[in-house]
Ligand binder design. Sequence first.
Ligand code: GLN
Length: 304
Amino acid sequence: MKRILDNIINDSRDSANTGKVADYIPELAKANPQALGICVTTLDGKEYYAGDYDTKFTIQSISKVITLMVAILENGAEYVFSKVGMEPTELAFNSITNLETSPQKRPLNPMINAGAIAVTSLLNGKTPEDKINTILNLTRKICENDSITINEEVYRSEKATGNRNRALAYYMKSNGIFDGDIEEILDVYFKACSMEVTCRDLARIGAMLANDGVLISGERIVSRDICRIIKTIMVTCGMYDASGKFAVHIGIPAKSGVGGGIMAAVPRRMGIGLVGPALDSKGNSSGGLKALELLSREFDLSIF
Ligand code: GLN
């Protein structure tokens, strides 16, 4: 396994070189575009690594999976999906267009920025601190890693420049999609995106989802039904407007983030975490996509 992963990473480095590090959040521009790493966690707890697997990066949009999980745990799926849709989009993850054209002006799904901001507005805590602590603690628990923290530089950088997300939030508020203090909601969203992880942490999240809500330790975190909903939405929406192509070529429920991470869950087999900060035009890790494609082919991982 180790040798196969080493080869996959080596064979994916050229693809990583075709991508570009995200710079619309200035702090992300400091990432190493050449870094490329993978961790595979099988459901019996074995971990396999290759490449730059110890690179730290911010979780970014992969946090949308955790936030959705918290919102469903706190409010139930029916209520959450009365506020946000479950349909894929052909537009970019930060697009504002659908907020005007979609039915009821709801965000199309929880994996794009507008949808995740709306989901964040549903969290129960009294203060923004309570809400981010719930997200952070659940992430630590799933990853079995108490040292996960928020990268303050990335958080501040996004807060200072996140005017597109502010625009999405104000637009949704004007349409009555949610109530509440926008800066407070965005603060929770920006902090959730700024949690710093490695590909091992992502592999653990994937393994929990692959195992229908049960950690490697045997502890149940969420119900099988919540995992089913989340994995389905990952398949249809997790790679944004590249989700269809991803499903055809790779065929694994997955979620990406502009920090360069990809988290993937192969039902009943394994969790996969990848890092490669150089992104393609859709905001997905170029090298990560290539490595996942090679891995999927090698082990016949497509669920279809
Ligand atoms: N924090 C990022 C943003 O809001 C997350 C986007 C992403 O990872 N695609 O733009």
